[in-house]
Design a protein around this ligand. Sequence first.
Ligand code: DX5
Ligand code: ZN
Length: 218
Amino acid sequence: MKNKLIAPSILSADFLHLEDEIKKIEEAKADLIHIDVMDGHFVGNLTFGPFIIEQVKSTAHLPLDVHLMIESPDMWIDTYAKAGADYITVHAEACMHLHRAVQHIKELNKKASVSLNPATHPSVLEYVAEDLDMVLVMSVNPGFGGQKYIDNVNEKIKFLDDMRKNRGYNYLIEVDGGVGEKNISMLSKLGVDVFVSGSAIFKSKNYKETISKFRSLL
Ligand code: DX5
Ligand code: ZN
């Protein structure tokens, strides 16, 4: 079976005890730490920037999966690479020069990923898909944790899985928003490789049990 990765989103973590939260998800055998950067413009919420990511990097052992929900992400790629991001995701909707942004991330030897909002058709990736390490499919409108999974995203996942099979591309498919016990198995069957989960993990009593349960469903 292909490797399936669980990426807890620290958006739902307890920020007064962030270091402990990171330790707990590492002990629970998560695969990536998903970090949601929001600027209050591209999305109607504001989180944190490179300073917090540097701090997370100094204590984390897992790779950092940095999801930039910001305007003009092109201008910030160097900064987030330097802060310790391993995967850098930019939104297709926010990039005037998407091809250049992808090449820039790769030149810095980081994993290049592009995210699509729920209303964006995956055909926008037509001419960059072969260069991507990952496609992040938003399954809620970005900005907040704890929202409901949007069902027609299934079609988009299928489209992306077919495209990589037909053309021999290697990108991973990551799904973000409303992922939990109820849909993780179905998403895995559709071809998803990386499962972001915020509230379903951090609002659970025992992260280890929750992540093991997720794995048993893949
Ligand atoms: C939303 C973020 C997500 C969020 C997911 O804009 O990109 O990563 O943390 O949270 P849940 O899993 O609670 O939907
Ligand atoms: Zn995210």
